[in-house]
Write a protein that binds this ligand. Structure first.
Ligand SMILES: *[C@@H]1O[C@H](CO)[C@@H](O)[C@H](O)[C@H]1NC(C)=O
Ligand SMILES: *[C@@H]1O[C@H](CO)[C@@H](O)[C@H](O)[C@H]1NC(C)=O
Length: 301
């Protein structure tokens, strides 16, 4: 590391003129070089990026085989702080703050790039913004270039892409008129619904909710199970004790009346029951019903 730092100091001095930026993206944060880029692309590329984050890819040469300069100047997601990843939604209106420090003019455009396909990545949908003359050499810089506004593709176009941080970038691509200088600026974006934190919190919520939902039915189900005795109560042979309580109010008046009559008739034919039978007859229908209930209880026992 000491060696690298020393090398930077030397190269920094040697390359001071190149430090001047051509167009600087001030917001949101763009990809920056890191150790993984150094390993993949090599020292000259790393050093150039470190000195001038807004320069063109041609000055990063020579690079290692496999270093993809035409995708974010070879800068890798693994080198980016997580806080630099923009959590976005499909069809979201976005803005890039730009300083045209050394105007070149020439075409430029903004696009959402799928980085997972390898190489320079693949466009998702069409260009989000195009300019025929970006950072023009004459006249003032148009307002929509210093506050570059664009809208992300819709949900149908994005599909299930960009669900993972690092999979997608919004890339501003600009070339000078003779195309000898190519500039790439990358903003890491991830779809809101699939942001790692969002997933975690959603899962936590679901886990919390499940027990609540699970408990409620259990509580509701238990009474249902407990109510089975009520059904059993209708079957006297099984639960005589319960029958005594439930059956009394449940006996319809008519039925009680019939039972009372039957008991009365029975009583008149036996010596034991004659007295009570006579008494029942004297008490009238209500008494018969009551007696019927009482008798019913006794009989059913
Ligand atoms: C989404 O965008 C594409 C490309 O611009 C367009 O063809 C399509 O109609 C849009 N779909 C919806 C649902 O807006
Ligand atoms: C996009 O920008 C690049 C770089 O300037 C240019 O070569 C290309 O023609 C542009 N494409 C469109 C459609 O603007």
């Amino acid at each position: 590391m000491v060696y690298i730092a020393a090398a930077f100091a030397l190269l920094g001095l040697a390359r001071l003129p190149a430090v001047l930026a051509h167009a600087r993206v001030n917001s949101p944060p763009i990809r920056t070089p890191g150790n993984d880029h150094l390993q993949k692309c090599g020292q000259p590329s790393f050093t150039t990026l470190d000195l001038d984050a807004t320069g063109h890819i041609e000055e990063q040469e020579p690079v290692n085989a496999g270093c993809e300069l035409t995708l974010c100047r070879g800068m890798l997601f693994s080198d980016q702080p997580a806080s630099n990843v923009q959590t976005v939604k499909a069809s979201q209106a976005m803005e890039m703050g730009i300083d045209c420090t050394i105007p070149h003019g020439g075409p430029a455009n903004v696009s959402l790039i799928d980085t997972t396909v390898g190489g320079a990545g693949a466009f998702i949908g069409s260009f989000l913004k195009t300019f025929d003359d970006f950072c023009p050499t004459t006249g003032p810089t148009p307002a929509d270039q210093t506050k570059l506004q664009y809208t992300l593709p819709n949900a149908t176009t994005i599909g299930n892409k960009c669900q993972k941080a690092g999979d997608c970038v919004v890339q501003l691509f600009w070339a000078t008129p003779d195309l000898s200088q190519n500039y790439y600026y990358c903003v890491d974006v991830v779809m809101a619904a699939a942001a790692p934190k969002a997933i975690a919190s959603t899962r936590r919520k679901i886990v919390k909710a499940k027990p609540t939902v699970a408990q409620a039915p259990k509580v509701v189900v238990k009474p249902t199970v407990n109510s089975t005795p009520a059904t059993i109560a209708v079957q006297p042979a099984v639960q005589p004790t319960v029958i005594a309580q439930v059956a009394v109010p449940a006996v319809p008046k008519k039925k009680a009346h019939h039972m009372a009559s039957a008991i009365s008739k029975f009583a008149t034919t036996t010596s034991v029951g004659r007295a009570s039978g006579t008494a029942l007859a004297a008490r009238g229908t209500t008494a018969k019903q009551n007696a019927g209930r009482r008798r019913a209880r006794i009989l059913w026992f």
